[in-house]
Design a protein around this ligand. Sequence first.
Ligand code: FA5
Length: 359
Amino acid sequence: MAESVIPTGTDGAEPPLDGRIAALRDEARSALSATRDADGLQEWRNRYVGRSGEVTLLLRSVGSLPADERAAFGQAANRLKNELQASFDERESEITSAAGPAGAIDVTLSGRHPIRGRLHPITQTVREITSAFGAMGFQTFEGPEVELERYNFTAMNIPADHPARDMFDTFWLDRVDEDGDRSILLRTHTSPMQARIMESQEPPIRVVIPGRCYRYEATDASHEWHFYQVEVLAVDEGITFADLKGTLYEFARQVFGPECKVRFRCDFFPFVEPGVEMAVNCFNCDGDPACRICRGSGWLEIMGAGMVHPEVLRRAGYDPGRYTGFAAGMGVERVAMLKHGIEDIRHFYANDMRFLSQF
Ligand code: FA5
């Protein structure tokens, strides 16, 4: 038994048994009233009533006493144990209620940092593209992803059975109209919004339309079966090919920086005449034949563009003799890949936080 707990007489002799119990009671009580928090309570419990506590040891010592003293001492030690346990419970509830209703909350602990969300890199790129055009006076519109065949194809000068429909491998919805033709699809490009905008507004028109598109194609490093495009449309009197070049070049400088170079080459789309593809210089090389990104050409195509076909204007109810316009459709993932040097489009939709948290 610890000397500090069981006082001995001044002459070194053991005090009487009930004196030892009384001394331990006094000491334990005053230690209990000095406790201030949960840690202090735990420490007290270990010291007095825990498995190796003073009272427990006292009880264990009963067996070593002379037989005629055991019963009285054992009862007194048990009483002490129960009494101290009751005092402990009381003190514990005093301390807990003094800590306030939340009890266990320690307001001095530092908080946990919440995980901050961020915009997906494609959303960031869409916003960057639309704000570059916004600075040139273009308004942003959105439209349906589930589209009517007549907007996706017919209004864009791609009638049924036109070979140009092969350019767009299409996801059709399982619905046929009264002629037995399929009439609803997941839009293959944002160009149908040209027709929707033109039938609802009069020129002058300057709009950009971001949105998701779907194509029934195999995926690879630069192709996804779903991807974003931003459509650009300007229609007014006197719009020329020079406006198309100037606007798209300015967009490229805004998004890729003032050193960016662009290249226009002839291309075919049934809804523009003439049609072009626009490419920007490769971020990875300067025409290195071994470059995996541009395959040695030094250029990366990011959009199709051209002067709005007179037939598309006519179908929309505009007079092609009076109005002209230009249109473009760019791949947002391709723009993001160029800007950030990303080699594989599939990273964007793999939901890997190691990739996404870089943006
Ligand atoms: C079109 O979709 C035309 N509607 C673009 C257009 C609009 C031309 C207005 C003229 C006037 P194209 O199929 O080339 O064109 O697609 C345009 C861009 O979308 C491509 O340059 C590319 O950046 C992106 N794109 C096309 N297919 C995919 C795909 N499977 N995965 C990722 N991006 C794609």
